[in-house]
Design a protein around this ligand. Structure first.
Ligand code: ARG
Ligand code: ZN
Length: 876
């Protein structure tokens, strides 16, 4: 069954209030839902009330407290239909259901994890708790009463403000919560159990005191300190940057160890995957700290962009997600190095979203049809959605963008809104027509912009010719030209920026060139000498550029661009063709040529102490194997890519030995560990140096020494990765993996890293290792983090292992999907998206991939989640 945006219509009944009583029991939790409705004005007075369910059974049904005769309703596990309801007066429906949280392995609705009751209701989990109009445009205030055994569940939490509680019967107690802010059911949350807490307070800009609480397993309280700090910084930042103030007297976060996603923004009671809460120097890497900061901020920012203003329907998901990702990106950029943050964002976008947009799962940021909404929590909706928001800011300028946001908050507070509503706010704030711009929401696929330039010394003009194309994507064969805002600079010989006396051929505002036609030539006047064009600065538009710039011009950008992001981009543009050429050489049995120019440039940047270490580390990371495969786009041989890239890394190591020795010895942080961005940057550069040194004599010994002498998880993981990935068969590696396991076997999040490092060891033999690790007593098949760390790391991040030539990797994935799907369809469907680029493999691997996908497709009973993905991947 496919849901279409065009079929949207409001409900026949308006929900006024929700009153829920939970009697918690591990296997038989009773929920009494009292719902007050009235018929929407102007709707059919005979229309029945239709409520959603999912695997429910009805234990009781009353209308205005009276039993309802059987002929007035129909009920199945998925639907409750009630007829003959009052024409205009409000009425109360009481629904009683009994559910089994212990048996809920899907982790949607109410479930138990490590003895803790918790909920995940987005997108359609609430209907697994009670029959309900489970859609985001049905908003109401909620009153919640929770009754549970007191000894096992001293904590009883829900959304909103605490009303009160007390003892109940037979060792049970109760608590009541009231959330005055009308909300849709997907924002409902309940948590009960026995957890430790970290407490703090925050004073809002108008002087309200908010109690802040983060709940974690007993004993882990010290590891929640960084999350608490990030929360307070997020609250402050949203006040300063967007004028958004928190609106309840309490804000709570609960960390749980079994969670399908990263975290969830339930009103006043966020539930988190504990991976994004818990951190200390001994167990968390710098990346973990950065993720925690970003996700704590993201979920907090949803309080305004998502909760106060929610989505009319799930097609509008990017309205809250794209915007909130943009907000968390801006937050992190303000807390850390903006340029380095931008490089990391673009790396992530290109690694995850670009392949999605170029393959069978491509869909618009604002889709118009879906079969399973869970499959649309994608990098296109989130990350491309964020880039589209960023482009609105680029097109309008920062001040006008801020005005548009103010209009949005003012106009739509309390609404379930649409993307059109959002865009209209910016049109009204700016007086600009954003119709063409809105194609970014509606057309899937990454635009390709081809560029050529010409300088004419006689007329002192510089012209830039641009042509855009957007490839066909499933369901969208033809595309219209888009409005592509391209940040640019004209760099003169001495490194200064040229400013033109005139521009013809199109719209240029400040440092942004607006490409709006299919083909367009911009001519800049008054340019005294031939400039070097730096285009798509700051990655102002999420596009592919086809621009054959000479290496001299690229080097000029590397040395002189004031924008560090553009320098990194130019270095990437220098390196990619070299890596591709080396790949072709390996594939065709030729000896790859030495690459003196690229190597010298990289080493010059590596040694340049005027540049921040984190930036230099990003440069030394080089384009990944996946980046190279994406650039080829078709006929990919992961083994050739790997061999070619390794060859170049070894050449860089040889040429740069002295530089890397110096970096490795000089970049030791003094004093105690701190997770700040500058210290993290020094660790990143030092570890990049260690990684290069591993290509030289004594590499394994040096990595083993580094492993033995670290005082923080970042350095430990880097040294262990170098050992495992470069010297998988050596005793140093076996010893280090063993020591690591022994030390951290009781820490699930650290064990995940142990599994992931081994799952990503390059080469065909890693499949056997992964299979063996699945038999390890530490492997827990029911824990999504563990499954992702072993199986997900292998399928998403190990091209030579997963895509081994005989197709065994794909057959392994097919088996895993079929085994996981009956228990946790969301997890299975997500893992399966690792096959999204199968058509870009060389023919024999592609044939193996197709056969494995067909195996899944042939299975008789698949979840809608997996059915949807496998069919789209095969047919798209
Ligand atoms: N809204 C959550 C977030 O982005 C993610 C929830 C995902 N849920 C799902 N069923 N896919 O913060
Ligand atoms: Zn979100």
């Amino acid at each position: 069954q496919i849901i279409h945006l065009a079929d949207y219509r409001p409900t026949d009944f308006v929900l006024e209030r929700v009153d829920l009583t939970f009697e918690l029991d591990p296997t038989a939790t009773k929920i009494e839902a009292r719902l007050i409705f009235h018929r929407r004005e102007g709707t059919d007075p005979t229309a029945p009330l239709i409520l959603d369910g999912d695997e429910l059974s009805l234990s009781g049904l009353l209308i205005d407290q009276n039993e309802i005769p059987a002929e007035r309703y129909d009920v199945t596990a998925e639907k409750l239909v009630i007829r003959d309801l009052p024409e205009s007066t409000p009425f109360e429906v009481t629904v009683i259901t009994i559910i089994n949280p212990e048996a809920n392995t899907q982790l949607m609705g109410l479930y138990r994890t490590n003895g803790v009751y918790c909920t995940q209701c987005e997108a359609e989990g609430f209907r697994r708790i009670t029959y309900f109009p489970d859609r985001p445009d049905v908003l109401a205030p909620y009153t919640i009463t929770i009754i549970a055994d007191k000894a096992a569940n001293p904590l009883l939490l829900s959304n909103g403000n605490f009303l009160g509680g007390g003892n109940y019967d037979e060792g049970r107690h109760f608590a009541a919560w009231f959330d005055p802010h009308p909300k849709p059911s997907y924002l409902f949350a309940l948590v009960a159990g026995d957890l430790g807490v970290v407490e703090d307070t925050f004073e809002t800009m108008s002087g309200n005191e908010v109690a802040l609480k983060i709940y974690v397993e007993h004993g882990k309280e010290p590891r929640a300190a960084y999350a608490m700090d990030a929360l307070k910084r997020s609250m402050k930042w949203d006040e300063e940057r967007f004028g958004r103030e928190y609106d309840l007297n309490i804000f709570q976060i609960v960390a749980v160890s079994d969670f399908n996603m990263g975290a969830m923004e339930n009103k006043g009671l966020n539930v988190f995957n504990d991976k994004y809460v818990l951190a200390d120097p001994e167990t968390a890497t710098d990346q973990d700290y950065a993720n925690i900061e970003a996700i704590i901020a993201h979920e907090y920012f949803h309080n305004w962009t998502g909760n106060r203003i929610t989505c009319r329907d799930w097609f509008q998901l990017c309205l809250k997600e794209g915007l909130t990702v943009f907000r968390d990106h801006e937050f992190s950029a303000d807390q850390r190095s903006r340029a380095v943050k931008r490089i990391a964002e673009v790396r992530h976008l290109k690694a995850e979203q670009f392949p999605e947009d170029a393959g069978p799962l491509a869909h618009p940021v604002r889709p118009t049809a879906y079969r399973e909404i869970n499959n649309f929590y994608t990098t296109t909706v989130y990350e491309k959605g964020s880039e589209v928001t960023r482009m609105i800011q680029t097109v309008l300028g920062r001040d006008t963008f801020k005005k548009g946001m103010d209009v949005y908050f003012e106009r739509h507070d309390g609404d379930a809104a649409t993307v059109e509503d959002f865009v209209k706010c910016f049109e009204d704030a700016s007086g600009k027509d954003l119709k063409q711009f809105s194609l970014w929401y509606h057309q899937a696929g990454t635009p390709l912009v081809s560029v050529s330039t010409a300088y004419d010394s006689a007329s002192q003009t510089f012209s830039v010719s641009l042509e855009q194309t957007v490839q066909a994507t499933p369901g969208q064969p033809n595309k219209e030209p888009m409005h592509i805002p391209l940040g640019f600079a004209l760099l003169l010989d001495n490194g200064s920026l040229a400013s033109a006396s005139s521009v013809k051929g199109g719209d240029v505002t400040g440092e942004v060139l607006h490409l709006t036609e299919r083909a367009q030539t911009f001519t800049f006047g008054g340019i005294g000498s031939r400039p070097v064009l730096s285009l798509n600065r700051g990655f102002s538009a999420p596009i592919n550029l086809h621009f054959e710039q000479s290496s001299t011009d690229l080097l000029h950008i590397v040395r002189h661009e004031p924008d560090l992001f553009a320098r990194w981009q130019a270095l990437t543009d220098l390196a990619l063709p070299v890596l591709m050429k080396a790949t072709r050489d390996v594939r065709d049995g030729r000896q790859p040529e030495p690459q003196a120019e690229l190597i010298a440039t990289l080493l010059e940047v590596a040694a340049d102490d005027t540049l921040e270490p984190a930036f230099r580390a990003q440069v030394l990371a080089l384009p990944s194997e996946a980046d190279i495969a994406r650039e080829f786009g078709s006929n990919n041989d992961p083994d050739a890519i790997h061999a070619a890239r390794q060859g170049i890394l070894a050449d860089i190591a040889k040429a740069g030995q002295a530089t890397f020795e110096t970096l490795f010895t000089s970049l030791v942080n003094e004093g105690d560990f701190t997770p700040d961005a500058a210290s993290a940057g020094r660790r990143a550069l030092r570890n990049a140096a260690l990684s290069y040194l591993s290509y030289l004599d004594g590499g394994a010994t040096r990595a083993a020494e580094a492993f033995a002498s670290t005082n923080n998880m970042t350095d430990t993981i880097q040294a262990l990765t170098v050992l495992a990935h470069r010297f998988p068969g050596q005793s140093e590696t076996a010893n280090a993996l063993g020591a690591f396991l022994k030390r951290f076997q009781d820490n699930a999040l650290v064990l995940d890293k142990w599994f992931a490092i081994q799952a990503t060891i390059p080469g065909a033999s890693t499949l056997a290792r992964v299979k063996a690790l699945m038999e390890d007593p530490h492997f827990v098949a029911s824990n999504p983090n563990r499954v992702r760390s072993l199986i997900g790391s292998f399928t998403f991040s190990n091209p030579t292992g997963f895509s081994r030539a005989d197709g065994e990797g794909y057959r392994f994935l097919a088996q895993q999907i079929l085994a996981i799907d009956p228990k946790n369809p969301q997890l299975a469907a997500r893992l399966l998206t690792s096959m999204r680029s199968w058509r870009s493999l060389e023919p024999s691997r592609a044939a193996h991939a197709e056969a494995a996908l067909s195996e899944i497709d042939k299975a008789l009973s698949l979840s809608t989640d997996v059915r949807d993905i496998v069919e789209r991947i095969l047919k798209g």
